[in-house]
Design a protein around this ligand. Structure first.
Ligand code: SF4
Ligand code: SF4
Length: 363
């Protein structure tokens, strides 16, 4: 569930039923098991709830902040159902745990939605130069997993590279060019904005490339989010100020949301996230960029740790060409409202009726 080493007596490969109960005589913190909520629920079927509650009480009194937090988290409510006192307790517990784990003072913000705010995003599709600074700023700000092994690297933003082109009558019956497999009939294959074949791994010497155009995508913070509809444990939901969030502690990693999202916006932590201590951003939000665990899904949340305090998301701040805009859709004077009023605006896959609050525009 975390980056902490698994105790020798309880290797990760073992079944939860074998390793979730700490020995009665040992220091419970020392033998803290490494479990996910899914493992824990399975184990709950084998141990009585009173046994588990008793163990949790013992663990939460432990001096080991990591073990205490992990056990307490198994028993905490879904974030939406917590009282203010329970939120404060969870926050204090996590701040203690992360500070110990990362060797620096970590804060976990719990600021909620502000009245009269509906967050919205706009991106000037003509301006983007495909430099991907937004991708890297997002990774650094939001404590995403780095690493080189399969499943370790997580990036919430993808910048799709597409060829420029246009449809012309003369190309209409050319078919696929030679050498590219089966001829499937007449079409305008030669570059005509091949949206479905957009690449996000590209390594040019310089950007923008002459024959390319770029389209950044991430979570669209849908007003009618399919990911929320399918989540069986209600761990993902829309906040009152717009962003769709995930209560990481309740995610069971079933990946239903990943299948339902039409925008390829969600990522699962297949391994324990790789987050070097020195690179960890200590300014976190409970529903935002706090460190995640193995087996949970995550995605963009419009930098709640920043935007709920009047700051721009990291990607907006870093974009060298000012392609990215962010603001309050309920404020007619905000930059994003003015863009919606005056520019040519479109939403991705509008026909799906997901009503993204992420708008693309061009002058
Ligand atoms: S930082 Fe701006 S210009 Fe660079 S890829 Fe991102 S949106 Fe495009
Ligand atoms: S873009 Fe995907 S993950 Fe984001 S709110 Fe919409 S359906 Fe959910």
């Amino acid at each position: 569930m975390t980056t902490k080493e698994t105790p020798k007596a309880c290797p990760a490969e073992e079944q939860p039923s074998v390793c979730t109960a700490p020995p009665a005589s040992a220091d419970p913190a020392a033998s803290a098991p490494k479990t996910s909520r899914r493992d824990f629920l399975k184990a709950g079927g084998m141990l009585s709830m009173s046994t588990l509650m008793g163990t949790a009480a013992l663990m939460t009194q432990s001096d080991d902040a990591h073990a205490a937090a992990e056990w307490a988290e198994h028993f905490q409510k879904n974030y939406r159902l917590m009282t203010d006192a329970e939120k404060a307790e969870a926050r204090a517990r996590l701040e203690r745990r992360y500070s110990q784990e990362y060797g620096k003072q970590v804060t976990v913000d719990t600021t909620g939605p502000q009245p009269g705010v509906l967050m919205g995003y706009a991106l000037n599709i003509r301006k983007c130069i495909g430099c991907r600074r937004c991708v890297h700023a997002c990774v650094a700000e939001n404590n995403q997993s780095r690493g080189t092994k399969p499943g370790e690297k997580i990036e919430w933003i993808q910048v799709l590279r597409m060829e420029r082109g246009k449809f012309e009558q003369g190309k209409m019956d050319h078919g696929y060019p030679e050498g590219l497999g089966i001829q499937v009939g007449g079409n305008a294959y030669t570059p005509a904005g091949q949206v479905l074949e957009g690449q996000y791994h590209y390594t040019p010497e310089a950007v923008p490339e002459q024959d390319a155009t770029y389209m950044p995508i991430a979570c669209m913070q849908c007003e009618k989010p399919p990911c929320v509809k399918v989540c069986p444990v209600r761990t993902t939901y829309r906040e009152a100020d717009g962003p769709v969030v995930i209560d990481y502690n309740w995610c069971i990693g079933c990946r239903m949301c990943m299948g339902a999202c039409p925008y390829w916006a969600r990522r699962i932590n297949l391994t324990s996230p790789v987050l070097p201590k020195e690179e960890m951003n200590p300014v976190t939000h409970y529903l935002g960029n706090r460190p995640r665990m193995r087996g949970v899904v995550e995605k963009c949340h419009w930098c709640l740790q920043r935007t709920r305090h009047g700051r721009y998301p990291a990607c907006v701040e870093v974009c060298p060409v000012g392609a990215r805009k962010f603001g309050n859709l309920l404020d007619p004077e905000s930059e994003v409202s003015k863009i919606l009023e005056r520019k040519n605006v479109f939403r991705l896959k509008a026909e799906l009726n997901t009503f993204p609050k992420f708008f693309y525009f061009y002058d």
